[in-house]
Design a binder for this molecule. Structure first.
Ligand code: PEP
Length: 250
């Protein structure tokens, strides 16, 4: 399976710079003949009708489980339908831990968008104190994040994102990633991404870990040149390149 590369803009990029970024990446994919699946999740205000290659998908970072209604500050599916958006991130740790989304709400959202056939990138991962408590505790915590989640859903991609690694600059070690991914894959046969301070240099090491099907990247993906390097590396690896590469230089 070709490696999946996804960029989460979080609260970054304007409408104008989002369009420039997407057009740049789209052109890069066709110029280089790259057929890896690439996802970009811009802010809700930057959603628009984008003409993209079939392997470049624009998704939404969040939406409420409604078509429309009175949910101040939220958007519903009429706003996504306007731009043909059919892909959503659910369960991101910033929504769970900063914005207070409970597992019950996450599951409600999951089931709503599942019923509509959305592609769901479902994020889960443990905070530092849980990791420090040990592997059993970590796995127990992770399984609880699957409460109410249909793991057989055909349009599901999973993303293991340890909370302590997100936006901190400290990525999990390849050993940690390998351990958790192996345990998850044993039980759930779905594409499984890693996310948490992935950088251009270091990407190949992570993608080489067994059971890592791709990456979900925040901070290091916001400069188009860097995101292109990541796509380039993933594509080269799929062609069995053995060399560790951190740039688009041949
Ligand atoms: C993310 O937002 O999903 C993420 C992994 O962020 P960062 O790469 O900045 O840690």
């Amino acid at each position: 399976m070709k490696k999946i590369i996804a960029s989460n803009f979080k609260t970054n990029h304007t409408r104008k710079s989002t369009r420039e970024f997407i057009e740049d990446i789209n052109q890069y994919l066709s110029e280089k003949n790259i057929d890896n699946d690439v996802y970009i999740f811009p802010t809700a205000t930057s959603l628009d009708s984008f003409e993209t290659a079939s392997n470049l998908t624009i998704g939404v970072q969040n939406a409420y489980y409604t078509k429309s209604g009175s949910f101040t500050g939220e958007i519903g599916t009429i706003h996504l339908d306007e731009f043909g958006i059919k892909t959503i991130l659910i369960g991101h740790s910033e929504r769970r831990h900063i914005l207070g989304e409970t597992q019950k709400e996450v599951a409600l959202k999951y089931n709503y968008f599942k019923a509509l056939g959305y592609k769901i990138i479902y994020c889960f991962g443990e905070p530092l104190e849980v990791k420090q408590a040990g592997l059993t505790e970590t796995l127990g915590y992770i399984w609880e994040q699957f409460d109410g989640i249909d793991l057989n859903y055909e349009n599901l991609i999973l993303a293991y994102e340890p909370v302590w690694a997100i936006g901190t600059g400290i990525s999990a070690t390849t050993e940690d990633i390998g351990t958790i991914h192996r345990k998850i894959k044993k039980k759930i046969d779905k594409p499984l991404l890693y996310g948490g301070s992935v950088k251009v240099c270091g990407l190949q090491d992570i993608l080489e870990v067994p059971n890592v099907d791709g990456v979900l990247v925040g901070t290091a993906s916001w400069v188009a040149e860097d995101f292109k390097k990541m796509i380039y590396i993933a594509n080269k690896m799929d062609q069995n390149s053995k060399k560790i590469i951190c740039s688009t230089e041949e």
